[in-house]
Design a protein around this ligand. Sequence first.
Ligand SMILES: Nc1ncnc2c1ncn2[C@@H]1O[C@H](COP(=O)(O)OP(=O)(O)OP(=O)(O)O)[C@@H](O)[C@H]1O
Length: 306
Amino acid sequence: MNTLTQSMLQHAYAIAQEVDAKALMFDAEAWENPDDLNEALAEVNYRLLLVSRSRPPGSQDSEVIEPPEMNSDRVSVIHIPNVPLTRLAQVKVSMLVGVAEKKLARGDVIVCLSGVQHSNRLDTMVVIRVGDEAEFFLTDESYPLPPDVDPAVFERVLSIASELAVEGRETRTVGATFVVGDSENVLENSRQLVFNPFHGYPEEDCNILSGGLDETIKEFAAIDGAFIIRGDGVVLAAGRYLMGTGKSTEQLRGGLGARHESAASITSVTDAVSITLSQSTSTITIFNSGRVMTEIEKIRVGGEGS
Ligand SMILES: Nc1ncnc2c1ncn2[C@@H]1O[C@H](COP(=O)(O)OP(=O)(O)OP(=O)(O)O)[C@@H](O)[C@H]1O
């Protein structure tokens, strides 16, 4: 391990102890292989949140460093979308997923370490109190998800939206809205714009957690309207027109149009959360209670985090 990385680890550990941090958040992807990661983990005897890239259920990706099996309360893993993210976006998404999975809570202090992917080098340390930075959690909600939404479903939708942002469709950017949770209410507050491609299929074939559905969803992102996803991951509909427009509880910033307005509004009249990918900026915006909860900007095509 190089001197800088060792020094970063030691200082991060010392700071975590001094400020009584909830955890040290640690980027598993900065390592080239699991042995190097293990060596680094042995350096710090503190509660660890390992950030790792998520893969679709059942898929293999040799680029992804799987954190070692650890039978310990000291270490838990947060999966974030497997797309290039800036350092800030990575921290933001890790915190969001960490809070959704109840591994973190508003007010927790965390010491975050990251480095360029597979470089074996840590070069960035950030100390954050979850929820303090306005741009991380823009609403007052202490828990970001509706009660019926499995955090794994939220994480998968976030991954699919992030991949869509990077990949686009047939060389073009695409936009999409995923409305997750409180689906009976959401269906009552929306109507079918076009034929629902998920209608009539067994639920087990339409669950985003069961694998194999990502490409189908990405294909249907091109059709007008929103996806409606039940809290357990079953995709109930695509091509859905969301009603209740104009009921968002805050003025959206300039440049956001009907897609974002409708995504915000549906979360003000139901308990759902909306995840919206902008076609024009490739920014992902997450809404709940009619307001912006988080924005993830600059999901980039290729390159290193900055
Ligand atoms: N009420 C609605 N329910 C579901 N989808 C909608 C609704 N209104 C608009 N859309 C979707 O948004 C698309 C138009 O988005 P528009 O450009 O007007 O909004 P925007 O918020 O600026 O989004 P973007 O940043 O992606 O351009 C439509 O093609 C349609 O797919």
